[in-house]
Design a protein around this ligand. Structure first.
Ligand code: GTP
Ligand code: MG
Length: 388
């Protein structure tokens, strides 16, 4: 149901989105809530905004404490490699053991719970790329309400490119999977690809421009433009993926739902699970892929997980080449499909602005050294030479 907010409320939310300062943002959000009518249609949105406010309060609090202690925040891990994968799960399932087994990280594996108190990153090599795995300290029931640094932990999942949910096959794996899934859902992190996605990129100007990779359902482009207008969004690039309703658009205006491709790791496979538990886990985590393994005993676990992540993230490696030289050894890495134009823009805008043509070899080429334009789709393993 669309929230049907009064114009003052929409205007206030616009003020919120224009403010970066956490204290100011918190104050404006409070004002926003005070003018939002409370009814069935606004329940979900109000609880979302309240959560954002709680997270802001925690952030402000932490900042104050840090300033006193003179140290920097500890839960932010800069991205490295082809993608950042947040390794989440309840305590004692073997997240540290996993990092120890498949990455270069120095980990502390502990028989007692809550051994890991701050994030631990490590690099998992796969073919000629690397994935960055980050152990997120254990998630508990109530993390999404802020329990035990919950906002920071779930914030790490939000910031990552993908998630790995680890459970222990001997400790109620399906129940624990559902607990983690619920904490993520409460934080508006989707682990199953939604039917439709909307991205709104505000710009200067006076035009709403659509990028169609899908379609609208039970509404028209005029409805979308009108809804955006109510929130004072008059100029933006709106990307429509899959099947999108007006609700999806409003969610995107509040900007808090994200989708993170997710893999499930059922650990401690060296121990015998109780009867029926694996079937239960598979059912609970449907349609996600479940890897059953032992971080302490499974051989080649790094290669297995690397391949799964590669597919999950739909990685495309492109090797650039200069005239008369061999292709680059280190690929440029993209999540999902990429065109020559996007590649050119990624290297440098000049390559895009002054683009004449490109030559391609390998999977995306009909024949070696084929001459192509900006629109050509590049597939994994393609070699490209750009001419300006
Ligand atoms: N049998 C068996 N035990 C395992 C396996 N992986 C981890 N363990 C044990 O499970 C316990 C917890 O392992 P950790 O890697 O510390 O678990 P964690 O998920 O990082 O836990 P916290 O960070 O403390 O929340 C340790 O006693 C490990 O030895 C496995 O594959 N098989
Ligand atoms: Mg740990």
């Amino acid at each position: 149901m669309v929230t049907n907010l009064p114009p003052q409320a929409k205007e206030k939310w616009n003020e919120v989105t224009l403010t970066r300062n956490p204290e100011e943002r918190l104050r404006l959000m409070g004002e926003f809530l005070s003018i939002v009518p409370k009814h069935h249609g606004t329940d979900r949105m109000i609880s979302q905004v309240k959560k954002q406010m709680a997270a802001l309060r925690e952030e402000i609090d932490k900042k104050k404490k840090m300033q006193k202690a003179g140290s920097a925040p500890t839960f932010f891990v800069p991205k490295a490699g082809a993608a950042q994968v947040a390794v989440v799960g309840p305590t004692n399932v073997g997240r540290s053991s996993l990092l120890g087994a498949v990455t270069n990280a120095q980990v502390e594996v502990t028989p007692y719970p809550y051994g890991t108190k701050s994030p631990v990153p490590g690099m998992l090599p796969y073919e000629d790329i690397q994935f960055q795995l980050v152990e997120v300290p254990a998630i508990v029931e109530g993390s999404s309400e802020g329990r035990f640094d919950g906002f920071m932990k779930l914030g790490m999942a939000r910031n990552a490119d993908a998630l790995m949910i680890v459970v222990d096959i001997r400790d109620d794996p399906s129940g624990n999977f559902l607990m983690i899934a619920e904490e993520l859902a409460n934080s508006r992190i989707l682990i199953v690809k939604p039917k439709g996605e909307v991205e709104i990129e505000k710009r200067v100007g006076t035009q709403i421009q659509f990028l169609w990779e899908g379609e609208l359902s039970s509404c028209s482009t005029e409805d979308v433009i009108a809804l955006l207008g109510e929130y004072k969004i008059r100029s933006a690039l709106v990307r429509i993926r899959g099947v999108v309703t007006l609700d999806t658009v409003e969610d995107a205006i509040f900007g808090n739902t994200v989708y993170r491709p997710t893999l499930v790791l059922a650990n401690k496979a060296d121990l015998r699970p109780e009867r029926g538990t694996m079937e239960q886990l598979r059912m609970a985590s449907e349609p996600l892929d479940v890897v059953v393994a032992s971080t302490e005993h499974t051989r080649n676990l790094a290669a297995t997980l690397g391949e799964k992540l590669f597919r999950l993230l739909d990685i495309t490696r492109v090797y650039t080449k200069e005239p008369g030289k061999a292709p680059a050894k280190i690929p440029m890495v993209f999540k999902g499909p990429v065109t020559v134009g996007e590649l050119a823009r990624m290297i440098h805008n000049d390559f895009y602005e002054n683009f004449k043509y490109a030559r391609v070899w390998g999977p995306a080429a009909k024949f070696p050294n084929e001459k192509v334009g900006l629109e050509r789709k590049l597939t994994d393993g393609t070699v490209v030479q750009l001419y300006t």
